[in-house]
Design a protein around this ligand. Sequence first.
Ligand SMILES: [Mn+2]
Length: 277
Amino acid sequence: MTPAAGPDFYRDSVGTEAMRREEKSLLEQAEEVFREEPKLIHLPDSGKALFVGDTHGDVEASRLIVERYLSDNQKVVFLGDYVDRGEASRENIHYLLSMKLQLPGDVIMLMGNHEGYIVKEFYPANFWLSLPEGERERYGRTLAQLPYAVSTPNGVIGVHGALPELEKLEDINTIETGDENWDQIVWGDFQDRPGNHLGGFWGRPQYGRDYFYRLMDQFERRVLIRSHQPNANPIMFEKRCLTIFTSYAYLPIRTVAIVDLAQKRVDSIDDIVLEMV
Ligand SMILES: [Mn+2]
């Protein structure tokens, strides 16, 4: 067998023994780091936070964002869905995990539904299906440890999909991968119409306007930043719900959102800076 060289290795699930060992160690180390994190991460009241939508195998987007935006003064929050759809899932997840290991407090990786393949299967799953069973299990175990939500002192909450139906924000720390609240967070969609639970659509639970306002009140949050739902109106609920995507696998434009953590209150999307990358 001729060993593959360079980044193309990542597109080839065979690889060499040395690379396989390196990959295993990256996944094991990352799993340890994620186990130490709470499921709800609180950001500080200084500096800035950059929110990144689904990257879905668009490693160029991840690299560009880290190089351009990550600094002592700016944390980067990835909102999940790192693998599948795009061409370079393996490169993307490797890159993000190695950045996480280098700067665990500044790089935040939330869980998307595509990180939960071993918990709830779905289609398309080109990344997961390209892995031999043992590796699928290894990736699945690491990615099942990712945190679910991020919160800022000035009123922003970030998740992948929708809000979990919990009494208070801190209860997010009690969610277990695979339970009903997990399903809401990583699989949930919002519809811009009245109502609470609007049923399911291809395994994706749907929530309406009343649900959004009720949970945002309970959690004492003003603005939700999320991704996951490409058909959603990007701005919903009186500019309090922002849906962004940061992958060429979805759209020819990649959007990020910047929150100034030192600002006293974030009341609507008007208080957030949107940029194209
Ligand atoms: Mn998703």
